[in-house]
Structure formats: C-alpha cells, structure tokens
Design a protein around this ligand. Structure first.
Ligand code: AMP
Ligand code: FE
Ligand code: ZN
Ligand code: FE
Length: 307
C-alpha cells in the first residue's frame, strides 16, 4: 500500500491564500494529496466550500484554523484542528482579532503612503476578498497591482516584514489562552512553525508552558525551519510527548510554498484524530516510511518571512 500523502496546513481566499477553498482542494488533488487541512487565519469561513469540493474529489479534509496569538511582542501561530467554530470564546477571540486586523491594515497603509508609496486604503481593500481575514499579504497584493513590486515576497522583504517601522501589530490573544480555547472548543491545538527564522521564533520554555496548558502537537517539518530548527523541533516534540506534524503552509500563488512539500505521517494524523474524537480509522503509514519527510528536498523560502 502506498503511504498516504497528508498536508495539514493550507490557506484559501478566506484569509490570505489566493485559491478559493474549492480551488485549493482541486490543487491538493492535483498534488496527489490524500488528506489536506484548511487552516485559514482566524476564520472557519472556508470550511463549507472546501468540504463540498473534498466530497466531490474524494479527498479527506481536516477542517482547521490558524489562530493569531501574541506574547512579548512575538507573533505566534496556533493551528486548531476540528474546533467547534461556534464555541463562544473562540468566536469572540476571532471576531476581535479580525476586526482589529482591519484597523491595523489601515494604519500600516497610512504609514506606507506617508513614506511615498502609491497606496490607499481603498486600493488595498479591493485586494481583500469579501469576508476574508485581512493581512499584510493583501497590502502586498496592492503593491504588486500598482507595479511597485513583482511578488508578495518582495513587498515583505522591503516593507512588510515583522519589526519593520511600517508594521503595526493587531490584537491577538495570548497563546496559552488560545490553547485552552481550542481544547475547550473540542479541537486539537498544534503550534505552527515554532522555530521559524527571525524574530518570531519561540523560546523552548514557552513551548513547555503551552504543552502544560494542553498543546497537543508541534509542526516540525515546515519550510521556515532550517535543518537545525527541524532537529530542535523534533527533539522538543519527542521530549514533551507532542505529535510531530509536517506541512506546506500553502498560500496559492502568494507564497513559494507548494502543496505536499512537507508531509505528516499517518500515525500522527491518527493520534490527532483520537484527540479530536474522530472514530473513523485513519490511514496508516507503510512501516518503512520516515515520518514527515518531503519526497524531494524542500527549497528554502527566498527573502524574509513574517509568519
Ligand atoms: P499578518 O497576518 O498580517 O501578520 O501577515 C502575516 C502573513 O503574511 C503570514 O501568515 C504569511 O501568510 C504572509 N507572509 C509572511 N512572509 C511572507 C512573504 N515573504 N511572502 C509572502 N507572504 C508572506
Ligand atoms: Fe498567511
Ligand atoms: Zn499558515
Ligand atoms: Fe503561520
């Protein structure tokens, strides 16, 4: 039996991806995935359309969210698989975050415009799909449309990176609170790209604190992790008994990340299913397979990263 191809982190136009939820599922099928998770920033708005497409194409969808969190000025991303999206604490946190993301977008645009870039709030709004979680990538899209840069990457490298003088933070819950909220909402919390490059890399004692608060897994295989970060993440997951996952963090054409460039082992998905109370038997790995390894070496992200 072929090993299942499982990618547990991808974005759609419900947040800052460029594929609609249905297009994302079609792309996942083309990439030969058996299982894909839709994990838009601070919203479950894409789940319905993604599930309908997954049913049509015979893929398994793992519904999820990527909760924006903040601690000590660090932006931290928490994946929450199979949460009840109507859970009141989660709904309140996501509503507060997405509302403040809009105000914050306007403040960033004002700063960039004051610096002489040809941007207006109205022009940026045109790049935020209706109801989508607004983010820096949509500002980058407006800069691409204005011909200032050729790709989102370049806008991030020059102006939109975390720590840039033009970037303002938005409200985001503390990660320990978010871990508890995801658990209370019946979901499985997994820390996204914990040791990613740059200023948002998470100290190990915070991972320990979150594990004590109910964190279930750690995203180990991710493009933002160099070899050292991957080895460290694997060791920390092992030491703390966390489920190790691997994923692409696909954003359509908005990022270089390709679906399936990192994968999650069948046993890890089975462990997540158990925690989520999913009773259907999960696909299993062939015994010889090394977990989470991409089929080909994943290229490193060019330029800066702000996730
Ligand atoms: P925000 O949610 O507004 O804080 O923006 C962070 C998001 O920007 C991340 O979730 C990524 O999707 C995206 N991002 C970060 N770095 C880059 C980059 N170099 N190129 C394209 N998108 C990026
Ligand atoms: Fe994103
Ligand atoms: Zn993501
Ligand atoms: Fe992220």
């Amino acid at each position: 039996m072929r090993s299942p191809r499982i990618d547990l982190h991808a974005h759609s136009t419900a947040s800052d991806g460029t594929d609609s939820p249905a297009e994302l599922i079609a792309a996942a099928a083309r990439a030969g995935l058996d299982v894909v998770a839709l994990t838009d920033h601070d919203t479950a708005a894409g789940w319905g359309a993604a599930q309908a497409a997954a049913d049509r194409l015979g893929l398994r969808l793992v519904p999820g969210i990527e909760v924006s969190c903040q601690r000590d000025g660090r932006s931290i991303h928490l994946l929450g698989y199979r949460v009840d999206p109507s859970h009141p604490v989660l709904v309140a946190e996501m509503a507060r975050t997405t509302a403040d993301r809009i105000t914050r977008l306007e403040r960033i645009v004002e700063r960039l415009a004051a610096a002489g870039l040809p941007l207006t709030v109205e022009a940026v709004r045109e790049h935020v799909p209706p109801g989508a979680t607004a983010g820096r990538p949509h500002i980058a899209d407006a800069l691409v449309a204005a011909g200032v840069v050729g790709h989102r990457d370049e806008a991030f490298a020059r102006w939109l990176f975390s720590g840039s003088v033009y970037v303002v933070e938005h409200y985001a819950p503390d990660p320990a609170r978010a871990v508890r909220a995801v658990r209370d909402a019946g979901g499985v919390p997994v820390l996204a790209h914990p040791f990613g490059m740059g200023r948002n890399a998470i100290p190990e004692d915070l991972v320990e604190e979150l594990a004590a608060a109910g964190l279930a897994g750690l995203e180990v295989w991710h493009r933002d992790h160099d070899d050292d970060a991957t080895a460290r993440a694997e060791a920390v997951a092992d030491r703390l008994g966390l489920i190790a996952t691997g994923s692409s963090d696909y954003h359509g054409s908005g990022k270089r990340n390709r679906l399936g460039e990192n994968l999650t082992a069948g046993d890890a998905l089975a462990a997540l299913d158990v925690l989520a109370g999913v009773r259907a038997p999960a696909v299993r790995d062939a015994p010889h397979r090394r977990p989470g390894q991409p089929t080909a070496a994943a290229p490193r992200a060019p330029g800066g990263t702000a996730s």
